[in-house]
Design a protein around this ligand. Sequence first.
Ligand code: G3P
Length: 217
Amino acid sequence: MKFFIDTANLAQIKEANELGILDGVTTNPSLMAKEGIKGNDAIMNHYKTICEMVDGDISAEVISTEFSAIVEEGKKLAAIHPNIVVKVPMIKDGVKAIKWFTDNGIRTNCTLVFSAGQAILAAKAGATYLSPFIGRIDDSNWDGVELISQISQIYSIQGFKTQILAASIRNALHIVRCAEAGADVCTCPLDSILGLLKHPLTDIGLAKFLEDAKKTV
Ligand code: G3P
């Protein structure tokens, strides 16, 4: 399973990248706004900076919702760097645009996915990645990881090549359960990635080893 970080925060991207386990970055308009990135030039420059920091796929989201506008915006985003993946919402014009991008050699990440039916449509259109929002499904009293299992089974039976990119990850357990459920990628906040490190027995065991090591010098 690949690890992406889900943020537009450069310090967090740097920290995750330095861990040596980072395969890419996903962003969205909310994450860009959170970092105070404002205006088209600033947004394009921010994506460029991220592409220069991380050697992996970088999702850049369109904010257009009409087919030809999505295509024009996506072409500009894709021109920033070869690693850019154009993130397109799961709406009717979005599906049409994903097909257009697929036919024209531009990779896509279909976002705001909440059902298996949407996953089938995105795969038919040739999306490179599919982003089911696990945490938001959990928030609505359903099991987000169950959706990952269902899509994984459908894609495997049908031979779809679209990679399942589990998004809206809220904690380390989500990452473990998504890996178990067949996600190809998890895009996570830094805290959730670092949460994978945690185990009290590791801390207790290390303290004891270090204490005993003093007897050996
Ligand atoms: O990748 C999508 C993700 O950023 C959404 O996360 O926490 O806003 O549901 P969240």
